[in-house]
Design a protein around this ligand. Structure first.
Ligand code: ADP
Ligand code: MG
Length: 503
């Protein structure tokens, strides 16, 4: 287990003319379920397909068509709930949320208002090495996504693409336990990481795969603690909801703007009106979309086309038994078994593919050295070429061999960098390359000694200077390394130079 200290909330405080204000934030994250088919139809969920090519009759709202639940989507929601240590509800039900929109041909969205499939859970967010905050999850429900209206293709017409209509979403609702913009971003980041480890959502924010509605309110110091004690929302300020955010940076900017807007209103003796707002990144401001008065009356009611969803405890147990190792556990294990620092372990476990790559390199080898090579050399080189770990030209086996060659003293760290570059650009077996190209480190004392003697004999003036100022011995080490093509064992060179100069 990770050794975490749970810090009391350190809310972002904004000083106003009438005193301090604190931020309170709750997030509703919509995560697209990673499955091949939609929630109630067999149509494909593939991103980037020809418009309106992934549409079944049910998705198009054809009369008489009946939805059929996709077991895969239910399994993914359960898996997500288990990954967030949440209550799994063996009995849940679907409701219709009625509204009209051109990209919603049914005239309603099928969702789970009254009986969600997943209940209370938690996300542990690390706000610094070992400093954690617990954000409570209120519920996760399954619902259909809507389609997409396209207004900018033609000056006089709008178009509708129903490919996304009916794709399964998990709406993950947090309690208002988030206390500042950075914490909100860290929460979304952690949630995304867990979902990706679980394989239940791709978390591709650019494609709209993961998006958040951000609820923001402000209150006076002490009010939040009263809310925590009583769970009575009246201690909190009136909130506004900023819709559909799909960038970590914009989430933070929107929260900051929105909090300051509310504070200005309150300090002016005005009220915050509960409403839905949109964030405009070009102008860095939020604008009203609809107020509570204009809010839809969705007339929710249980969907008569669908039976309540009953799942077996044994089926849930089966999913639980097959959960992968999650980010916190993996990070703790990397720190324990490979002796990594908190920072290195965080970097290496941020993405599952990186963690798996590292583990293959490090297995049976010097873990810290392996971490250095993966983080500094490999990641640095891949970044330069704008490549992902999945198409790294250097395989974990190859990098593992390079690390092994350094550990055994066969090659120096400097030669290892040349070797890495050769493997990266030309491929090949590192051990064979070292043999074939004579890259092995010279550890033969006689050979190194000869080189040291030669340099000393050729530079009497430098010798004198170094004897006055021992720091200059490094110059000799450099010369010997150069003369041996970087292949001399640096530690041995150092020792011999010091000895021969009489330092
Ligand atoms: P609704 O159903 O109207 O969207 P909910 O009570 O389900 O309202 O809350 C939606 C989200 O708003 C939740 O994530 C919740 O944590 C958050 N929230 C509720 N009250 C506040 C508040 N005063 N300040 C900030 N966030 C809040
Ligand atoms: Mg809501």
């Amino acid at each position: 287990m990770l050794d975490l200290t749970f810090a009391p909330p350190t809310p972002k405080v904004i000083a106003g003319a009438t005193g301090d204000w604190e931020l309170v934030i709750g997030l509703e994250v919509h995560a697209q379920v990673a499955t091949a088919a939609k929630l109630f139809s067999g149509a494909s969920t593939r991103f980037g397909a020809e418009p309106n090519s992934n549409v079944a009759f049910v998705d198009a709202g054809m009369p008489g068509m009946l939805p059929v639940i996709n077991e895969g989507c239910v399994a993914q929601a359960v898996r997500t709930g288990l990954g967030l240590k949440a209550q799994i509800n063996l009995w849940s039900a679907f409701d219709r949320k009625n509204y009209f929109y051109p990209d919603l041909p049914q005239g309603y969205q099928i969702s789970q208002l009254y009986h969600p499939i997943v209940g209370e859970g938690e996300v542990i967010v690390e706000m610094g090495p070992g400093i954690a905050r617990r954000v409570r999850i209120e519920r996760i429900h399954l619902e259909q996504d809507a389609g997409k209206s396209i207004h900018d293709m033609d000056p006089a017409m709008s178009f509708v693409d129903l490919n996304r209509t009916g794709v399964a979403l998990m709406e993950i609702v947090s309690r208002p336990d988030i206390r500042g913009p950075e914490e909100a971003a860290a929460y979304v980041g952690k949630l995304r990481q867990i979902l990706r480890y679980l394989g239940t959502c791709d978390g591709n924010m650019q494609n709209g795969n993961l998006r958040a509605d951000v609820n923001v309110s402000v209150c006076r110091p002490g009010d939040y603690e009263k809310y925590q004690e009583t769970q009575d929302f009246s201690h909190l300020g009136t909130r506004c909801e900023i819709k559909n955010m799909n960038s970590m940076r914009f989430i933070q900017m929107a929260i900051d703007f929105e909090a300051r807007r509310q504070i200005a209103l309150l300090e002016d003796g005005k009220e915050v009106v509960q409403e839905t707002r949109l964030y405009d990144p070009d102008r860095n401001e939020t604008r009203s979309m609809r107020s509570k008065e204009e809010a839809h009356d969705y007339r929710y009611f249980p969907d008569p086309d669908l039976l309540p969803l009953e799942i077996d405890a044994a089926w849930v147990d089966g999913i639980a038994a097959n959960l992968p190792e999650l980010p916190d556990a993996k990070k703790a294990r990397f720190m324990d078994s490979f002796g990594l620092s908190d920072y290195d372990a965080s970097v290496l476990t941020a993405e599952l593919a990186n963690a798996e790559y590292f583990e293959q390199v490090a297995e049976g080898r010097d873990g810290k050295l392996a971490a250095n090579w993966v983080i500094n050399e490999l990641f640095g080189r891949l970044k330069k070429d704008d490549r992902s770990i999945e198409d790294s030209p250097v395989s974990p086996e190859q990098l593992g061999k390079i690390v092994g060659l350094i550990s055994s003293g066969a090659i120096s760290g400097k030669i290892a960098k040349d070797l890495f570059e050769i493997v990266y650009t030309e491929g090949g077996d590192p051990e064979e390359i070292v043999d074939a190209r004579g890259m092995t480190q010279v550890t033969d004392t006689g050979a190194i000694e000869a080189a040291v003697d030669e340099i000393i004999a050729a530079n009497p003036a430098q010798v004198e200077k170094a004897q006055q100022n021992p720091k200059l011995a490094g110059w000799f080490v450099g010369q010997v390394m150069k003369a041996t093509g970087g292949k001399a064992n640096p530690a041995m060179v150092n020792e011999l130079v010091t000895k021969k100069l009489g330092l």
